[in-house]
Write a protein that binds this ligand. Structure first.
Ligand SMILES: [Zn+2]
Length: 191
């Protein structure tokens, strides 16, 4: 991991892991793919290895990311899907040429049409977003309860009552905030 760049937050759902590369959207936003090189790093750790990325491809990626965020947020709040966001997601999905490959041990891998086809990787991410926004996949889109985050995440818990996009960051921070608030109101004498 190159020094000086914020870490990635890795989740189990590709599309919402991708939208999570911009975190704290309602607070001090953290851009986790500030350079084409960092997008390459993110794609590699998410099984979509490319060996190069141009600034224009990074722009395409960020446009897709914000479109998925907008559409997933609308879906989570049961609002109408924003048409421009839907258009971008569909364009990226249509222009991707990745092939799903079944490995001998029964796992799925993505094979891109060339090592510099960031567009293929974006197509896979767009298709993943379509899967969760359309309700085709088992789970529920929800928004993180942290007021500085409000990230859309895909809840696959049995009870569908997950509140945080990420337990290790937003979940912990909220718990600490509640703990401190309780201490403050009780004069700091108990917790
Ligand atoms: Zn969050």
């Amino acid at each position: 991991m190159p020094a000086g760049f914020p870490d990635f937050r890795l989740g189990s759902v590709l599309a919402t892991s991708f939208t999570g590369t911009l975190s704290e959207r309602h607070g001090d936003a953290v851009e986790r793919i500030p350079t084409p090189g960092r997008l390459v790093d993110w794609l590699v750790v998410n099984g979509l290895a490319v060996d190069s990325c141009t600034p224009a491809q990074l722009d395409l990626a960020r446009e897709l990311r914000e479109s998925i965020h907008a559409a997933a947020t609308a879906a989570a709040t049961r609002d109408a899907l924003p048409a421009p966001a839907v258009q971008v997601i569909n364009d990226r999905s249509e222009q991707g040429r990745a092939a799903a490959i079944l490995t001998p041990d029964g796992e799925r891998r993505w094979r891109l049409s060339s090592a510099s086809r960031v567009e293929d990787a974006l197509g896979v991410i767009a298709a993943d977003a379509i899967g969760i926004i359309s309700g085709e996949r088992d789970g529920k889109l929800a928004l993180c309860a942290s007021p500085t985050c409000r990230a859309a995440f895909f809840d696959v818990s049995q009870s569908r009552t997950r509140r945080w996009c990420d337990m290790n960051t937003c979940g912990n921070r909220q718990k600490k905030a509640r703990f401190n608030a309780r201490r403050a109101t009780s004069g700091g004498t108990s917790a």
